[in-house]
Design a protein. Structure first.
Length: 383
């Protein structure tokens, strides 16, 4: 197999109201540099939000290099640069017109890729790789569709991720040190540890009440985010800050800071169950091989429901009917914002089967290759 030649990549990312877009593009940029010896310029419009998940980022710098990636502030007007060999329009952002014109005059013209959001829907494979000619300029944009099945672009996964996860999960001393690094106790053998990273959700009150009245202690780890308003409402407090611990009966809730990506991965690996949201944390929870509950980004036209249904159709295919039904019911109610108490109890009664299913799912995903490698191969063929 020939070694891919070194290319210059321009990856553009806009941050709307959450951290998923920058989380995905930053992982992609790092992996292209570290594993594939590529050169990457990452253009970001909101460096302050980037700083929240990667504290080394200087939110005031117009240009900086971190982890081998050149990070540029995407301001208006955009700094005048020669476009790279590959240009990635990530996750529904749109390139500045001036940059498109510069692409059209470059010889050869760059490989232009629209990196779409991840979906398990059937149409994804049909659209993967399709060309879209520019209406005015001599440019062609290609759709690159992340996905879970053959014929799609796959999902992000670093080459050493599985080994790092298995080492972490296989060494109790390593996990104990991780909990101490967060200022948390190790916990008892009968305690259930759950991470909760979600958008605001009115189901939180019923979930917490169920855990508080449960037969065993539950410890919930909540990274700072929009769900803190629901946490505060349940406990009847007006001011909820990072570092605070809240208790009610058999439930203990710890408010964590917004974690950097590597620390968040370890949190997912260390917990017994993970509530996640959007795309980036959802994918990382799948690689953690633990039971998970996903809150999709809610869309006014209900377009998130087909995405949930499509994923569950594939994910539940390897589960027994009773286990699949319990998982589907909890996800449905959680995404509706309904009472999830009885559904959680049915779900957690299947935790051994859910864990086995999570391991089997991750092993299946590995067979399709990772997104960064698939994307590099796709672009190399277009050059």
């Amino acid at each position: 197999m020939s070694v891919p030649r070194r290319l210059l990549w321009d990856i553009f990312c806009t941050i709307v109201d959450n951290y998923g877009d920058i989380g995905i593009t930053w992982r992609l940029a790092r992996q292209l540099v570290h594993e594939h010896d590529q050169s990457v310029r990452l253009w970001v419009d909101d460096l302050a939000s980037f700083h929240a998940i990667h504290p080394e980022v200087d939110p005031k710098a117009e240009s900086q290099t971190l982890a081998g990636v050149e990070i540029r502030h995407w301001g208006e007007p955009l700094a005048s640069v020669q476009p790279g060999d590959v240009v990635i329009e990530a996750l529904a952002c749109h390139l500045p017109e001036s940059f498109e014109k510069a692409m059209a005059t470059r010889q050869p013209t760059p490989v232009w890729v629209n990196l779409e959001y991840l979906s398990a829907e059937d149409w994804v494979a049909d659209c993967h790789g399709l060309p879209s000619p520019h209406p005015r300029l001599p440019l062609t944009k290609y759709f690159f569709m992340p996905g879970y099945l053959p014929g799609t672009g796959g999902v992000l996964k670093e080459a050493n991720l599985a080994a790092a996860r298995d080492t972490f999960q296989g060494h109790p001393a390593t996990r104990s040190e991780f909990w101490r690094s967060l200022g948390l106790p190790e916990g008892s053998d009968d305690e259930c540890r759950i991470s909760l990273f979600s958008y605001q959700n009115s189901s939180v009150a019923s979930l917490f009440a169920t855990w508080a009245a449960g037969p065993a202690p539950s410890r919930c780890l909540v990274p700072a985010g929009k769900v803190l308003a629901d946490v505060a409402a349940y406990f009847g407090v007006t001011d909820i800050t990072v570092g605070r611990t809240l208790c009610r009966d058999r439930l203990t809730v710890h408010i964590l800071p917004m974690l950097d990506q590597d620390t968040y991965d370890r949190l997912l690996w260390a917990c017994d169950c993970n509530f996640v949201r959007g795309e980036d944390s959802f994918v990382r929870a799948q690689w953690a091989q633990k039971p998970l509950v996903w809150q999709a980004y809610r869309q006014e036209d209900g377009a998130h429901w087909p995405k949930i249904g499509a994923f569950l159709a594939h994910y539940c295919a390897r589960l027994e009917d009773r286990t699949a039904q319990a998982l589907r019911h909890l996800w449905q109610l959680w995404n509706e914002g309904s009472d999830v108490g009885p559904a959680w109890r049915s779900f957690w009664a299947q935790r051994l089967e859910l864990t086995a299913g999570a391991v089997s799912w991750a092993e299946e995903l590995e067979r399709h290759g990772d997104l960064a490698g698939n994307l590099l191969h796709f672009c190399q063929k277009k050059l």
